[in-house]
Design a protein. Structure first.
Length: 123
């Protein structure tokens, strides 16, 4: 069971890092309206040219591969809820790497997620 928990933790950390890279990719872009087909096309062209976006895709693919290994070795009723820990990683990574603020509501929600993960893991 410890091996499964470690696999899920690593998968979720890698996936969270991929999400941070996605956000960094879009933050670095010019701000414009996304109304209309031409604007969507221009947005996609610009975002797909960012190396950080492709690094994010790689992180998500690696996280998925690790998650599948954990899923193959553990019960879905354990592995899936453990994946919720990504919310915690994203909260703190967004604060650290993107400068996002952590307020009382976000912290309370995070602690509820942690509490739920602990309850499910103990069953």
């Amino acid at each position: 069971m410890v091996k499964i928990i470690i696999l899920v933790l690593v998968a979720e950390i890698v996936t969270a890092f991929g999400q941070i890279l996605f956000k960094k990719s879009t933050n670095a872009m010019e701000s414009y309206s996304l109304r209309g087909f031409e604007n969507h096309k221009r947005f996609l062209g610009e975002v797909l040219s960012k190396p950080s976006l492709w690094a994010g895709f790689l992180c998500l693919a690696a996280g998925l591969a690790i998650y599948l290994v954990a899923l193959a070795q553990g019960d879905l009723s354990l592995v899936f809820p453990l994946g919720s820990i990504q919310y915690i990683f994203i909260l703190f990574a967004a604060h650290q790497f993107l400068g996002e603020k952590i307020d009382a509501k976000k912290l309370a929600g995070t602690f509820l997620v942690v509490f739920g993960i602990i309850l499910i893991s103990l069953s």
